[in-house]
Design a protein around this ligand. Structure first.
Ligand SMILES: NC(=O)c1ccc[n+]([C@@H]2O[C@H](COP(=O)([O-])OP(=O)(O)OC[C@H]3O[C@@H](n4cnc5c(N)ncnc54)[C@H](O)[C@@H]3O)[C@@H](O)[C@H]2O)c1
Length: 382
């Protein structure tokens, strides 16, 4: 398949490009380095600076013999986006190209506006690009489990049947996000659903939980092929941050009571899930929603695991407590369904002690780069 990966420089985009070319697909990647720019502007650069996208494509081609076509530009700009769609003519589009951080979206008005404009306009241009230049193409969109929030009932895979006053209907599962970023993801889903109904698009919306890890089958131990890795409060995800904090000897930053429970997955499973969705497309005129995570953990549980494994490795890991900057339930019911991807063939990687120890070792290789002032930045929801 000819697969266009939007956001191909990103944490998930670059490993996906390597993974799909290794599996025989023809891949183009598109990025405008927004994530690198925002990290620099907020003084929260990643644990190490990966080579630029052209250089990564060259390194990967030398290693694997697989070519990745690179397009640099802003997908909110229709002239650029339409040119890419016309030139590449994709069979499928993977849409990662968003401002993906909840704390960034809550920083200040400018960050909020950037998040709204960027995320919604890219999604709109993806829809228009597919409609105009590749009407058969399958859109694989990354959503987030955060769209559902933490309701007091079981979370279904995207849809719910409701009986009301003796009549029944099938609706998008109720969504109630906990940040502006998550709200833009809900709006994305609504946009896609509108155009699925109107133009008969073929869409998979993957409601993904927080991802952890760095090494994939394709990168191996070659750190020039690793994705970038944020460990700060603004762009880092919780387990990646805890691992860096453990290596730095910084008490793990548990927010509030630490009972916040979410569904997590290994970066290698993101690769699998996205490929499985791609290779098993929905029918024309279908919005398929799949919940993409492997295991549920509370923040306290993750902190305990990192402490136990870290201490076995000789790190002196302490667990701290930080006043919760977010507006979220610290203890709640959480029971989401996640059957669809398993039925498509997902073989999950679980967060075992060995997996954690391996990840801590890799993070340890970059220990000298850790800057403590990046860890907590005091972004408050109020
Ligand atoms: N990483 C996670 O744990 C996680 C969890 C759930 C959902 N997601 C979703 O998955 C997707 C990818 O996440 P990620 O962690 O790889 O984020 P990321 O920021 O590392 O990657 C997104 C990439 O898109 C690019 N981009 C953004 N706007 C663009 C634009 N206008 N034009 C061109 N390129 C643009 C950025 O520069 C960046 O390289 C996001 O949509 C995110 O919301 C991620």
């Amino acid at each position: 398949m000819r697969v266009l990966i939007l956001g191909g420089d990103g944490y998930l985009g670059w490993p996906t490009a390597m993974h799909l070319t290794a599996k025989g697909h023809e891949v183009g990647v598109v990025d405008n380095y927004l994530r690198r720019r925002l990290s620099r502007e907020e003084d929260v650069e990643t644990l190490f600076e990966p080579p630029n996208l052209h250089e990564r494509a060259r390194l990967w081609s030398e290693k694997s013999g697989c070519a990745v076509e690179v397009f640099i530009g802003d997908l909110t700009c229709w002239d650029f986006a339409s040119e890419v769609f016309r030139k590449f003519s994709p069979d499928a589009v993977i849409h990662y190209a968003e401002q993906p951080a909840a704390p960034y979206s809550m920083l200040h008005r400018r960050a909020a506006t950037l998040t709204l404009q960027n995320n919604l306009l890219v999604t709109a241009n993806v829809i228009f690009g597919v409609h105009e230049f590749a009407p058969e193409a399958h859109i694989v969109k990354l959503g987030t489990m955060g769209e559902y929030g933490t309701p007091n009932i079981d979370i279904e895979e995207g849809w719910i049947e409701i009986e009301h006053k003796g009549r029944k209907g099938r609706f998008l599962y109720p969504r109630q996000a906990g940040s502006l970023y998550h709200t833009t993801k809900i709006m994305d889903t609504d946009l896609l659903w509108f155009y699925v109904r109107t133009w008969g698009l073929r869409v998979t919306d993957l409601m993904q939980g927080p991802v952890y890890g760095m090494v994939t089958d394709e990168s191996g131990e070659d750190d020039r092929l690793f994705p970038f890795f944020n460990y700060d409060e603004i762009f880092g995800t919780v387990l990646n941050r805890f691992m860096v904090q453990a290596v730095a000897g910084y008490p793990l930053t548990v927010y509030g009571k630490g009972g916040q429970t979410r569904g997590y997955l290994d970066i290698r499973d993101t690769m699998q899930c996205v490929r499985l969705a791609l290779e098993n497309p929905p029918r024309e005129g279908e919005l398929r929603i799949l919940n993409q995570f492997v295991e549920l953990f509370s923040v306290n549980k993750l902190a305990e695991m990192v402490q136990r494994v870290g201490n076995k490795m000789g790190l002196r890991v302490q667990i701290g407590s930080v006043e919760n900057p977010r507006k979220e339930a610290e203890e709640h019911y959480y029971n989401p369904v996640h059957q669809g991807l398993l039925e498509l063939g997902l073989q999950p990687h679980y967060l075992t002690d060995d997996v954690l120890a391996e990840m801590l070792k890799v993070v340890g290789r970059f220990g000298a780069n850790i800057q403590e002032h990046k860890i907590i930045r005091g972004v408050k929801w109020n």
